[in-house]
Design a protein around this ligand. Structure first.
Ligand SMILES: O=C(O)CCC(=O)C(=O)O
Length: 202
């Protein structure tokens, strides 16, 4: 499989690239409805400063069996792939040549749901992790901030867009999806990742 240059940033640019309308709108509509209905959404509990709080979003973790992954203070075993998640993964893999064995699905019910500043830099993802993020449903603002404080980038993640977060994004930047007044519709986000397993080199 050949890598698609359009999805790859140049060395002088930030290590992420947004492709709006990566999915055509009709296809994106169909995936959105299927995922909304088929994913067993749950509201995770986060441990913050010793307190347990409900995350302001619903999630579901899917992937190859054996891809254990620690986030929000807990070790998660993935649920099996479902057709729409696998179909989108196959499309990304065909275009990039990169293999992803897990996906975290997030459902933001409206503009009150959000995710705070963080990096997807868990040990299981290895150094130079690549995370590919597909957005469906309501458009939301997405912020990236360089760890050295020298640059902040605001993006709008629209229905059907693909955000490629290449090597250097998770170790050099943090990202967040802030609350957004006036957003009444739901948004689904899929972040495809490669979780290292015992058999992986390195
Ligand atoms: O919803 C988004 O676009 C971002 C999701 C995210 O940051 C994550 O799952 O780690």
């Amino acid at each position: 499989m050949a890598a698609t240059p359009a999805l790859r940033p140049t060395s002088s640019a930030p290590p992420f690239t947004l492709t709006p309308r990566w999915l055509d709108p009709v296809e994106a509509d169909a995936f959105f409805v299927q995922l909304l209905l088929q994913i067993p959404w749950e509201q995770p509990i986060l441990r913050i400063c010793g307190r347990q709080v409900q995350a302001p979003r619903l999630t579901s973790w899917h992937g190859d069996s054996g891809c254990l992954y620690r986030y929000s203070g807990r070790l998660h075993a993935p649920r099996p792939w479902i057709h729409p998640l696998e179909a989108i993964r196959n499309r990304i893999e065909q275009e990039t040549g990169i293999r992803f064995n897990t996906v975290l699905a997030n459902l933001y019910r409206d503009g009150r749901d959000a995710i705070g500043w963080h990096a997807d830099n868990e040990r299981e993802l290895g150094p130079a992790a690549i995370v590919t993020s597909v957005s469906l449903g309501a458009s939301r603002r997405f912020k990236l901030h360089r760890n050295d404080g020298r640059q902040t980038v605001d993006l709008v993640l629209e229905h059907g867009s693909l955000l490629w977060m290449g090597p250097g994004t998770q170790d050099g930047w943090r990202h967040s999806l802030p609350r957004m007044a006036g957003v009444h519709g739901p948004r689904i986000n899929l972040t495809y990742r490669h979780v290292r397993q015992a058999a992986d080199p390195g």
